[in-house]
Design a binder for this molecule. Structure first.
Ligand SMILES: NC(=[NH2+])NCCC[C@H](N)C(=O)O
Length: 476
């Protein structure tokens, strides 16, 4: 299998996903925040009425042979939605829309890996010796299910679920033909990173890339640092890493990704000659902007979506008051600091005054866009819709190809802004029958925003950019 990602928007060919598992249905109110969910969600709705649409859309684009002509049977309740259930015989088993749970079960067939993983999971989850022994007797598929859902064979809760596993973006990231492993900042995501590490190092799919795995190390004497010494701790999550061109990686420094980690990644990327340009984007450490991909993503070579608060303040018409404008520019909640390094001239970094300047620069310099670069704003840049819609992931879009993105249906004003910018908005329920009948061909779609229902998904605080770990995109 080939892995290669050199842009955010090249035709998507392979990705890793994880569909909502039963663990999501076990989150209780008092734990929701610790487990990084904003609320408890209804499992059946998040699956059948939301996430399954995403799976179907991905398959029509990336693996049509598995779905085209079969939609009716797949959707027939008589078939118990087995097509979407990783452990079941009727599962789609796509080689392009790859389910992590399946890969996990596959590596667990090996006894040595099974032992190591059981011991490691039990260590981080504080399991009793008896539980550990019991886990060792489980079949690979069942063990994979238990590792992810936290629930044992008799429905007993053995350890917490990992409800954020659907956000595969954050647990590893492909940079060209390299894999960068993550070091989660939040305890709730530790098990995810552990499982992913074992998959990348052991699954035959990645065997040609074993020497291309980048693991971050803790800073020396990290164990002597006070627990809140954030800037020295090495933590990194994939939502903060964007491969914007074959030579340029953007790294966020955020609530989740530390300065020390960003520094380590930049150094490694230069040392291994992977890219020649790295930009560090430091954003405020706030829950609402946990990763940089919550405030901007790329839509097309010449089009981006972003939260207006991080945009060029000077351009805002309501800022004609000079004093107000100056104050606005200094606001700590939207202050960004952007530093760009070139491998051949590290001592002379370039600074950007605003995020918008950086995005325009990427489009023009890295992607050779000749005409104007369009920035579409969350909530059409109207207060308070800009903030409300950013919270529900208006800026977190996944590009299936240059100009065709998928996002939530609930961000009305953002959708209006896309419409004004010349994009067609089509909801998945309208699109699916057209894809099925052949009236619409995925490769022919242009400048389109595909919407998917999101009432439950958005409570988990991530969009489709977070719900994807691209492994292969066509080179632009
Ligand atoms: N790349 C992203 N923006 N991921 C969003 C992750 C959301 C998840 N609930 C968390 O807080 O970790």
């Amino acid at each position: 299998m080939q892995i290669n990602v050199t842009s955010e928007i090249g035709l998507l060919k392979k990705l890793l996903v994880h569909s909502p598992d039963s663990g999501i249905g076990k989150v209780i109110p008092s734990k929701a925040q610790d487990w990084l969910f904003e609320d408890i969600v209804h499992l059946n709705t998040i699956r059948r009425k939301e996430y399954d649409y995403y799976t179907k859309l991905l398959l029509y684009f990336l693996d049509p042979a598995l779905i085209k002509g079969r939609l009716k049977a797949i959707d027939d309740p008589k078939n118990d939605y087995r097509f979407f259930k990783p452990g079941s015989a009727g599962f789609h088993h796509s080689k392009n829309v790859i389910e992590i749970e399946v890969l996990l079960a596959e590596i667990l067939r090996n006894a040595a890996i099974r032992q190591k993983l059981v011991a490691s999971v039990c260590a981080i989850e504080n399991c009793s010796y008896n539980t550990q022994e019991m886990l060792l007797t489980q079949k690979p598929e069942e063990l994979a299910r238990i590792f992810i859902s936290g629930t044992g064979t008799n429905l007993e809760m053995l350890f917490p679920p990992v409800p954020n596993f659907i956000f595969t973006r954050d647990i590893g990231i492909v940079i060209k033909d390299h894999i960068l492993l993550n070091k989660p900042a939040k305890k709730a995501r530790l098990r995810e990173a552990l499982l992913m590490k074992y998959i990348f190092f052991n699954h035959p799919l990645f065997k040609d890339y074993r020497n291309n795995i980048i693991e971050l190390s803790d800073s020396p004497y990290h164990f002597l640092l006070p627990v809140d010494a954030d800037q020295y701790n090495v933590t990194l999550e994939g939502g903060d890493v964007m491969v914007v061109s074959s030579q340029h990686v953007v790294i966020g420094i955020s609530e989740r990704t530390s300065m020390a980690a960003a520094h380590q990644v930049a150094t490694t990327l230069f040392k291994k000659n992977i890219v020649s340009k790295v930009t560090l984007v430091q954003i405020p450490q706030k829950r609402e902007y946990m990763h940089i991909d919550t405030i901007f993503t790329q839509v097309k070579k010449d089009t981006w979506v972003m939260l207006g608060a991080f945009s060029k303040k000077q351009a805002k018409k309501e800022m004609s008051d000079l004093i107000l404008r100056a104050i606005e520019d200094q606001k700590p909640e939207t202050a960004v600091s952007i530093t760009q390094f070139r491998k051949d001239n590290i001592s002379k970094p370039v600074r950007f005054a605003s995020l918008e300047d950086l995005l325009v620069d990427i489009s023009k310099k890295d992607l050779k866009v000749k005409g104007p670069v369009r920035i579409i704003h969350s909530g059409n840049d109207e207060f308070p819709f800009d903030l409300r819609e950013q919270w529900t992931d208006s800026c977190n879009l996944l590009a299936l190809k240059d100009g065709v993105v998928v996002g939530y249906d609930r961000n009305d004003k953002t959708l209006e802004a896309f419409r004004k910018a010349g994009f067609a908005i089509i909801d998945i329920k309208t699109l699916l029958p057209q894809l099925e009948s052949g009236a619409v061909h995925p490769q022919k779609l242009k400048d389109t925003f595909i919407t998917i229902p999101s009432a439950e998904l958005s409570r988990a605080r991530g969009g489709f950019h977070c719900m994807s770990m691209p492994l292969l995109r066509e080179t632009l």
